[in-house]
Design a protein. Structure first.
Lengths: 94, 657
């Protein structure tokens, strides 16, 4: 798992104010109004709260919540890995 | 050889030449000698068509030089339809009697086919373990007249794996009523380059799967016409429809207006070569995970635009986008500024739609306002929010702004009109101009009175004993709400003053009141809302699971509701107004609990004021600090989950009366 920061802010472009959200990288030319630390599991995994055992895709770490409160577990569904060279057998015919 | 024999040989050859000339229609001379041979040949007429019959019994190159009107008579006979013959799929026999593989180069044109019924073409040209095994000879397919397909499976896996197929054309097809109709119809057609659904508007029907993996792994497809596609509904309707179409660089979805099905467009363009997509008309996305993973691993994707979304576009769901950009790096997603407050806290958004370094800009249909204020300590509010540094980006539409100066106890309400996209407008605000005094006259001193102007609430000044005022600048006919907080000794009061261009005074008489702790009674029935005793109600409940069972003091019973729109409303009423400090939800299961809910208050069961929005962990017991600041007779809890099973509702409150 890893913590990534999401930045909320504004910047000016040609005299116009634009609001934005930057996920992962702090923008150089924007005024940042808020930062959020978000805990992501590794690919194909979910986060499980150690105490409640509830599952999450991601967690916004706030109000004293920390990464140590969570553990990673394997996700049930696996990504689609079908390729042209790996044609699946059809499951039925007519 | 003698001289005589040579003369005879020459005579014989001359005679043969005249015989052949005769067969060619020449006029023979009386004296047929070598001297007249030239004129005889010249008399042969030109332009005569040779005729004759030849029997052709097999395929091959046939010499018909002398049979220009040869009639073909193939043994066994074969008719052609849609550009195909029996040999096309069963193969012919050669001159040695050996069965040949079917011919290649077949282009199927289904002229005249206007409709296709349920399952009519299911698996028909599928090259794997059903349909026609191993015959890859379909080079193209066109349905030039097809207008409708039936409800089920019409072309399911019909051309699955035809990897010589180059194009698939459906130029007149308008409606596809879902349920597997094109499910994997052209999946693994690895040479397919061009696909046209140039009239297709609606792929709907609640069952879904209409284009499920329809063109999956068509890795050479570079042209796709979905330019009229307007409505998509049903579950997984376009799931992985164009997955691994890696040559697909662009797609026109400018007509797409509504996506309503669960996962309707999930993974639709997974691993495509798309660079940017403009959802120019898309104004409704109400399906759960409707666009999840839609562009997953589209590594060339740079920009997405959603200019037509509004705060009302999303229904009760907040996970429409979900993993939309999984495996995508550096994509910028452009939204209208108007939906910023609606979506900016969705986890999908703050997670960057699960892409890497996603940038989300609220730069569409936006304008910028620059305020200059007199006095310069004036606070400006737009869309219920304080404007920082007197500059704000706003939707390019008509709106109000509120200006407030605490030192002069003055509020100004004004409107902004004709804002255009990308405009920057400078606005001068003057609170030193003529103003009108709005006064609440009561029988109590030292209490708090509040005015609310266009959603912004200000504390009134007790300008003289028991008279609470605010100075107003603005148009007539504006409604200013007031709330009189009687404190610990007086009743509360609220109401509306409509501005009329004059100084205005509203008299409010408060009665004595005492505050006590509220003890929730246990009900044996729902009771009567607005009646003389505590009562409860709800928007809906499963039969036998009435709302009073959550407040009957017996946790063996429960209030149960199933709502597919994930909004379950529960209201409790007390004839003496309550100020709620805490509620406790006791559920039967975390599955049937809510992580998000809203609590509102009302004194007439019609006009509701939000007390708070709460996001908590799903647990069997949820203790929620409400900390309401006002007394209400009615409190409404909106639980956001499709199923709620509540076996008890704890209420901690004081009552004033």
């Amino acid at each position: 798992m890893e913590i990534r920061t999401t930045y909320f802010g504004k910047f000016e472009k040609n005299g116009k104010i634009i609001s934005g959200i930057w996920c992962g990288t702090r923008p150089e030319d924007a005024t940042i109004t808020e930062e959020r630390d978000i805990l992501f599991p590794d690919e194909g995994k979910k986060l499980k709260h150690k105490e409640t055992e509830l599952l999450f895709d991601t967690i916004w770490l706030r109000d004293g919540d920390v990464a140590e409160n969570y553990e990673e577990i394997e996700e049930r569904n696996t990504p689609n890995d079908i390729t042209q060279q790996n044609l699946p057998p059809l499951d039925s015919g007519q | 050889m003698t001289i005589a024999s040579e003369i005879q040989r020459i005579k014989n050859n001359i005679a043969k030449a005249y015989t052949k000339c005769s067969s060619k229609g020449a006029t023979l001379p009386v004296t047929q000698n070598c001297a007249n041979l030239e004129s005889c040949i010249n008399s042969i007429p030109t332009g005569i068509t040779p005729t004759g019959t030849i029997s052709i019994t097999g395929n091959g190159t046939i010499d018909v030089t002398n049979y220009a009107q040869a009639s073909v008579n193939v043994s066994g006979g074969q008719s052609t339809k849609y550009g195909a013959t029996v040999d096309t799929f069963l193969g012919d026999i050669d001159s040695n009697g050996a069965l040949q593989m079917p011919r290649s180069g077949l282009y199927l044109t289904f002229n005249g086919v206007k409709s296709i019924g349920d399952s009519v073409l299911t698996y028909r040209f599928c090259v794997y373990n059903s349909g026609i095994y191993g015959i890859y000879n379909v080079m193209g397919v066109s349905f030039p007249d097809l207008e409708t397909v039936s409800s089920y499976n019409t072309l399911e896996r019909t051309f699955y794996g035809q990897d010589n197929l180059r194009e698939a054309l459906f130029p007149k097809l308008v409606n596809v009523p879902n349920t597997n109709n094109f499910r994997e119809a052209f999946a693994y057609c690895t040479d397919l380059e061009k696909v046209t659904f140039s009239s297709l508007r609606n792929v709907t029907g609640s069952s879904g799967y209409g284009f499920y993996r329809a063109f999956f792994c068509c890795s050479k497809m570079h042209t796709l016409d979905l330019s009229k596609l307007t409505n998509v509904g049903g579950s997984q309707t376009f799931y992985d429809a164009f997955g691994i179409c890696s040559a697909l660089k662009s797609v026109d979805l400018s007509s797409l207006t509504s996506v309503t099905g669960s996962s309707a467009m999930s993974s639709m363009f997974e691993r495509c070569g798309l660079i940017e997509v403009n959802f120019e008309s898309l104004s409704t996305i109400t399906g759960s995970s409707a666009m999840s993973s839609m562009f997953s691993e589209c590594t060339s994707l740079e920009n997405l635009w959603f200019p037509s979304l509004t705060p009302n576009s999303f229904g009760s769901y907040t996970n429409q986008f979900n993993y939309m950009l999984s495996g995508v790096t550096g994509c910028t997603v452009h939204f209208p500024i108007k939906i910023k407050n609606t979506i900016q806290n969705w986890s999908d958004v703050t997670n960057g739609f699960r892409g890497t370094n996603t940038v989300i800009l609220f730069d569409l249909k936006a304008a910028t306002l620059n305020f200059t204020c007199n006095p310069n300590t004036t606070q400006i509010y737009v869309d219920n929010e304080l404007v920082e540094n007197n500059t704000v980006d706003v939707p390019a539409e008509d709106m109000n702004y509120v200006a407030y100066d605490s030192s002069s106890n003055t509020v100004l309400l004004n409107s902004i009109t004709n804002l255009s996209d990308d405009e920057t407008r400078n606005i001068s605000v003057n609170l030193t101009q003529n103003k009108k005094k709005i006064t609440i006259s009561t029988n109590a001193s030292g209490i708090n009175v509040y005015f609310t102007v266009d959603g912004i609430t200000f504390n009134a000044l007790e300008e003289s004993s028991k008279n609470y005022t605010i100075n107003y600048i603005g148009d007539t006919g504006q409604n200013i709400l007031y709330f009189v907080d009687g404190g610990n000794n007086y009743s509360d009061a609220d109401g509306i003053i409509t501005t009329n261009g004059n100084n205005q005074t509203q008299s409010v008489s408060l009665s004595s009141a005492t505050i006590s702790n509220f003890s929730r009674p246990n009900l044996t029935a729902n009771g009567t809302m607005g009646g003389n005793s505590f009562a409860v109600s709800c928007d809906s409940a499963v039969s036998g699971y009435s709302p009073y069972t959550a407040v009957n003091g017996n946790t063996d019973y429960l209030w149960m509701v199933n709502n597919t729109d994930s909004i379950c409303k529960y209201t409790f009423y007390n004839p003496i107004p309550l100020k709620v400090s805490q509620i406790v939800n006791y559920y039967t299961s975390t599955t049937y609990s809510a992580a998000n809910f809203i609590i509102e208050g009302s004194n007439d069961n019609q006009n509701w004021t939000e007390i708070g929005t709460y996001t908590v962990t799903k647990t069997l017991t949820q203790t929620i600090p409400v900390n309401s600041t006002r007394y209400y007779k009615y409190h409404r809890i909106t639980y956001k989950n499709s199923t709620i099973r509540l076996k008890d509702l704890g209420i901690t409150a004081t009552q004033k009366g």
